[in-house]
Design a protein around this ligand. Structure first.
Ligand SMILES: C[S@@+](CC[C@H](N)C(=O)[O-])C[C@H]1O[C@@H](n2cnc3c(N)ncnc32)[C@H](O)[C@@H]1O
Length: 309
């Protein structure tokens, strides 16, 4: 197979780590993700789809991997053109909701839900970082299906997940349940909270209540319209978002800043951090997010971890 496909050694390493959600192939503008027995081809041109689809079937046969379904997702720039993946091959009667394993943590997927199926595999290393460093209380902003919260909860952390979408938070609760944590029980309701509201309104409220967090996740969309029609643009507003997060950061907290906005490179995020911390006379160290063996660096989100001093 060409070098754009993952090696048998890497496939074996994923298998040993109980990970069946990963990329299998990447070229600019087209890649394939494996989600258990299902595969998702993200493509720009119809020719890419035809070529990769044929090769995918050969790749699965070569590695004796079961292939239930192939989905295709046309990569669209405009929000209005972003459609859920289309089923290209496989039994349409199979459930659209499935689950996958990442480092033995389970996450639910729903291929019919929206443009995204429920798990951003490019955040795998950051989820590992959350799980490995002991946290007392995690704030997961723009939490989507709460994958960071689940990773923290499995490391015994309390969690607060905030997202505008009630549906995504419900899927987040399901992700907790998939991992044996029932957030609807009295005992867990105190430890894991889900707030369906605008991050920019909720953080000041948490501050008023005197809440602090020793890990904070800031992984916002490139653009969004919050409550009261207020817009968020990553390149314009990441500094204000960090400033807000600092209001509820515990001493020596660590804060993940991550973005898919192509106009924000690592040095941009680092200079946003410096220009936000300096006037507040705060200090911290910065560490770039780790690379992943199945995703080219150029296709990864820009990520830095800030550790406050
Ligand atoms: C890119 S996803 C975040 C992915 C998530 N960090 C993960 O790793 O799975 C963006 C999420 O932000 C939410 N969102 C957008 N604007 C928001 C806002 N102002 N307040 C709260 N959530 C918001 C969307 O509903 C969406 O679920």
């Amino acid at each position: 197979m060409p070098a754009s496909w993952i090696t048998p050694e890497l496939l074996h390493a994923f298998d040993s780590a109980h990970t069946d959600a990963h990329r299998v192939h990447s070229v600019p503008g087209c890649w394939i993700e494996r989600f258990g027995r299902d595969y998702l081809i993200s493509y720009t041109t119809p020719a890419q789809l035809t070529d990769t689809r044929e090769l995918l079937e050969i790749w699965c046969a070569t590695h004796r991997l079961p292939l239930d379904r192939i989905y295709g997702k046309h990569l669209a720039d405009k929000e209005a053109d972003r459609l859920p993946p289309a089923l290209l091959k496989g039994d349409s009667a199979l459930p659209v909701k499935t689950s996958v394993s990442e480092n033995a943590v389970r996450y639910g997927l729903d291929f019919s839900a929206s443009y995204s199926s429920g798990l951003f595999i490019d955040q795998r290393a950051n989820r590992v970082a959350v799980r490995q460093q002991p946290t007392h209380k995690l704030l997961n902003t723009f939490s989507y299906t709460c994958s960071f919260s689940v990773a923290a909860a499995l490391a015994k952390s309390e969690t607060v997940s905030i997202d505008l979408s009630k549906k995504s938070l419900e899927r987040g609760r399901d992700n907790f349940l998939l991992n044996g944590i029932d957030t609807r029980t009295d005992a867990q309701r105190q430890r894991h909270r889900f707030i369906a509201d605008d991050v920019f309104g909720v953080i000041p409220y948490l501050k008023k209540r005197g809440e602090t967090f020793d890990t904070i996740i800031l992984d916002p969309p490139t653009f969004s319209r919050g409550s009261k029609a207020k817009t968020f643009r990553a390149e314009r507003d990441f500094g204000s978002l960090l400033e807000l997060a600092l209001l509820v950061a515990a001493p020596r907290a660590r804060i993940l800043l991550s973005t898919n906005c192509t106009r924000l490179q690592r040095h941009d995020l680092e200079s946003i951090v410096r220009s936000t911390l300096n006037p507040l006379r705060l200090h911290g160290t910065l560490q770039p997010g780790e690379s992943l063996p199945d995703i080219p660096d150029a296709a990864m989100p820009t990520t830095v971890w800030l550790k406050l001093e």
